[in-house]
Design a protein around this ligand. Structure first.
Ligand SMILES: *Cc1c(COP(=O)(O)O)cnc(C)c1O
Length: 389
């Protein structure tokens, strides 16, 4: 076994993140059979918590799949061949919506947006007005490749204005995989017709579960959508079987339930605030080392920074090999240009470890900065994340 497999790594990556003690304990428990009352209770409890996490009265389907499986389920359950959809693309994850749709021969109208920016409400509204026949808009709440947060509420308001004045129903489907339990999200108030989440980010649980949450408009669409689907046919999840038409990833359901129980009991507002504070603490450290944030409106799920003359691979290599801290680099066009740091669920001590490791790493690569200059400011921010202790 190599060193990496033996040592605990402090994951500052935007998924998966280190799992909670509650999730770890649940994973170690004996297996429950899924056709029993005890499992039904656990799954029902998870779904109840997820409704709280999404801030919705709608039912949530729990799929054995990573987040992308939830995205694919949304596409195949809401669309039919030849449908036309709108996808604002600001990075790798929003581009995935366009790729999934294209794989199913759905016509994709793209709005290409600079990395770090988010789709503007007017841009979406004007494109819908200019392009008749669009049935669905696919958004990404936090674009995890750049850390930029979309103002979903403003976009759906602009869409609703248009729908009220000009007619055709356009559904909004939002990928909330990295923002769920991390950034403020109010599915019902924000008129999101279909929202997607996954287990390995804000839930502090292992990867392997995807969540799809649809309102009545989306369910109405699902009834008439005819794209091919079998395993991810969500009608099966609504018809009997207590939400588990096939053998679910039982252990993951138990782990996600235990972890989310705790998050909900801490209070979702407080958890959002703690995630913001830990992200702000990371940003303070990175800025004081001279790195500029990529996103104009930054999510709490991940913060991305331009590395300019620095080699991000070298920096992340030192952090990982000498300090046991894992951060992420850029993807696709942003490879070699940025570092991404996620502080979801991090405690005060984790953030301080990160700050010291980053100070040592920057000194090693010949770009020293003094953590001492920001100690007071950092301590003030860290006082706000005591909920995890
Ligand atoms: C993590 C993530 C996903 C899901 O990725 P999987 O690897 O399939 O779990 C989807 N969208 C966003 C924005 C993400 O951050």
């Amino acid at each position: 076994m190599d060193k990496e497999h033996r040592t605990f790594l402090n994951l500052f990556t935007p998924g998966p993140v280190n799992i909670s003690a509650q999730a770890r304990d649940a994973l170690g428990a004996p297996l429950v059979h899924h056709r029993t009352e005890s499992f039904e209770e656990i799954l029902t409890g998870l779904i109840k918590n997820l409704k709280n996490a999404f801030q919705t009265a709608d039912d949530v389907s729990v799929l054995t799949a990573s987040g992308t499986g939830g995205m694919e389920a949304a596409v195949t359950n809401l669309l039919s061949p030849g449908d036309k959809v709108l996808v604002p693309v600001t990075g790798k994850f929003s581009a995935r919506w366009a790729e999934i749709c294209a794989a199913y021969d759905v016509e994709v109208c793209r709005i290409d947006i600079e990395p770090g920016e988010s789709p503007a409400p007017e841009q979406v509204r004007d494109t819908l007005r200019r392009t008749p026949g669009i049935s669905t808009v696919f958004l990404t709440h936090c674009e995890t490749s750049t850390g930029s947060l979309t103002d979903v509420k403003a976009v759906t308001e602009a869409m609703n204005d248009l729908e009220r004045s000009e007619g055709p129903e356009v559904l909004t489907c939002v990928d909330c995989t990295s923002s769920l339990c991390v950034d403020e999200l109010r599915k019902d108030q924000w008129h999101i017709d279909c929202a997607i989440g996954a287990s390995q980010k804000g839930l502090l649980a292992p990867p392997g579960l995807a969540f799809v949450c649809m309102n009545d408009r989306a369910l109405g669409r699902m009834a008439s959508a005819v794209l091919p689907r079998y395993y991810l046919d969500l009608r099966k999840y609504y018809e009997g079987h207590s939400g588990a038409p096939f053998t679910p990833a039982i252990s993951l359901v138990c782990a996600a339930k235990a972890s989310l129980d705790r998050i909900i009991s801490l209070g979702l507002d407080k958890v959002w605030m703690a995630c913001r504070s830990s992200a702000e603490a990371v940003t303070l450290v990175m800025k004081s080392a001279g790195l500029r944030p990529v996103a104009t409106t930054q999510s709490n799920a991940v913060r991305a920074f331009w590395t300019d003359a620095l080699d991000p691979e070298e920096v992340s290599g030192i952090l990982r090999n000498k300090h046991g801290i894992v951060v992420a680099g850029g993807q696709q066009d942003l490879e070699g240009k940025i570092l991404r740091v996620s502080a979801i669920g991090k405690k005060r001590s984790d953030i301080l470890d990160f700050a010291k490791a980053f100070e040592a790493t920057m000194a090693e690569v010949g770009r020293p900065f003094a953590l001492g200059d920001i100690t007071n400011e950092l301590e003030t921010i860290l006082e706000e994340i005591s909920i995890w202790e």
